[in-house]
Design a binder for this molecule. Structure first.
Ligand SMILES: [Fe+2]
Length: 490
């Protein structure tokens, strides 16, 4: 919070009573340390001085200043902090529920699966296992950051909602936001024999109706321009469910837009929520479908539609508003990444992999004493595969990714032998990233024995393969983080 204030006023100059005309480093609550003599001075007096000396500038930037002053007020009540705040919750993401009544066999369904990487036949059993785990835990609530269904068929949404409502019966609160597959999806198919049959999908109003009890009905505030809302599942903690999906631009009969972008009005709403949170001394965390920062270097170049548009500006804005932790999904990977600015500000993007993609994870999060402990667990068996589900699901996603890559390369006249060798390594790289805590590899790409065309073809993907194998700090699966600094506690 001190840093927010520093940013708001750093361009203003004021002569202090002791002759220092430079704005100075903020120290503990209610104190600043002046550059000129290193002495700590009371902040209250200088806020008044700055207000008087910069009246015109303040009037020009009223909205921002109102927020800052609201935050200032907290200096007298205690800073925004998670100290004393406790919360215990779970996260699972991208369940992509596919109701079995839509058809799980036949040539049309098998053909669809050939071009996908999701465990759709198993989605119901995976979801039920996740719900059992949440239900048996001591968690107070669960976050589901979008892609509730495979391609937004209404029947899948309704069946999923019925299943997760059982958690609410057990006293667990469930909060959801939409993903790119969920609303106005033109590919909401059922599969019967060799036919794909277009089924009823849902528009935003129907989505709201179906998921009414999972955040929206108890929201303290809602955005009028998206399906974003705020809830307070435990005293003092505001959870912002944010919606950056572009379903309003989807066209009937077409694949939905994968990319995410916040509307200007939604960002203004987030700002007003932060203002209220400051006034009411609430701590904020957020969850949303798209990544708020890149999870590996150049992700925005290779897969820009998985990181929210203008992520640099938006992540900085969130940080300055006091949103330092955002739970995301979308890329189906277990990955936590931190972005830190020179002044020590930070934001953590805690991405959770998909329930229908190996390693089929869930996260358990405990916040207490300004520390956030994240532990991950993985679904290792389901009734369909009681014994070898880990091997099966790993091989399934590897074959899915490698198969698509191989097909693309062979369509560009690469011989099958070379395509297989290269595509297998692309599969390995994605698996490493999906698992999280990517181990260091001596050699991330082996092109020995591959002909010139193959070497040229893989040239553009070399960097991607390297970055997928490279883990950015902090650790991805099990980690404890000091929320006041963003640093890992060993
Ligand atoms: Fe997804």
């Amino acid at each position: 919070m001190e840093k927010i204030l520093a940013r708001q006023v750093m361009h203003m100059t004021v002569s202090f009573d002791h002759g220092c005309s430079e704005w100075c480093r903020f120290g503990p609550i209610c104190q600043i340390t002046c550059k000129c003599d290193g002495k700590k001075r009371d902040l209250t007096f200088y806020i008044i001085l700055i207000t008087i000396a910069n009246y015109r500038e303040i009037m020009k930037m009223r909205r921002t200043i109102i927020l800052s002053l609201a935050l200032c007020a907290l200096f007298f009540q205690g800073a925004i902090s998670l100290s004393g705040q406790t919360a215990h919750f779970m996260v699972f993401s991208d369940p992509h529920y596919y109701d079995p009544s839509l058809g799980t066999e036949g040539p049309a369904f098998e053909e669809y699966l050939d071009g996908d990487r999701k465990l759709l036949k198993e989605s119901r059993e995976l979801l039920i296992e996740a719900l059992v785990r949440v239900g048996n835990s001591d968690a107070e609530f669960v976050l589901i950051p979008g892609d509730m269904t495979k391609d937004g068929t209404k029947v899948s949404h309704e069946m999923l909602a019925a299943l997760i409502s059982e958690l609410e019966v057990k006293g667990k609160k469930v909060y959801v936001v939409p993903g790119n597959h969920d609303i106005n999806n033109g590919h909401s198919y059922a599969y019967k024999g060799d036919q794909e049959i277009l089924m009823e999908n849902v528009n935003p109003f129907q989505y709201l109706e179906i998921y009414h009890e999972f955040g929206y009905s108890e929201a303290l505030h809602k955005d009028g321009y998206s399906l974003s809302y705020v809830v307070e599942p435990v005293d003092g903690l505001w959870v912002l469910g944010l919606d950056a999906c572009r379903y309003l631009e989807n066209e009937p009969g077409h694949h939905p837009i994968t990319d995410g972008a916040f509307k200007k009005e939604t960002l203004e709403w987030v700002e007003s929520v932060a203002e209220m949170a400051a006034q009411e001394n609430k701590t904020m965390i957020a969850f949303m479908h798209h990544g708020i920062i890149e999870h590996y270097q150049k992700q925005n170049r290779f897969f820009g539609e998985y990181v929210v548009d203008k992520h640099k500006r938006v992540s900085k804005q969130f940080t300055s508003l006091g949103i330092n932790v955002v739970f995301t999904g979308h890329y189906h990977a277990q990955d936590i990444t931190k972005k830190e600015w020179n002044n020590g500000d930070f934001i953590l993007d805690v991405e959770t992999g998909s329930l229908v993609t190996y390693p089929c994870p869930l996260r358990e999060v405990k916040i207490a004493d300004n520390r956030m402990q994240i532990a991950s667990q993985f679904i290792e068996s389901i009734p369909l595969y009681p014994e070898n589900f880990v091997e099966y699901s790993r091989a399934y996603v590897h074959a899915g990714i490698a198969g698509i890559a191989e097909e693309v390369m062979m369509s560009m006249w690469l011989k099958q032998e070379d395509a297989q060798k290269l595509s297998g390594q692309i599969g390995d790289a994605f698996i490493a990233h999906y698992e999280g805590d990517e181990p260091a590899v001596d050699r991330y790409l082996d092109v020995s024995g591959v002909g010139l065309l193959g070497r040229l073809m893989i040239l553009t993907k070399r960097r991607l393969i390297k970055e997928l194998h490279t883990d950015l700090p902090p650790a991805d699966n099990d980690v404890v983080i000091d929320l006041s600094t963003g640093k890992v506690i060993e």
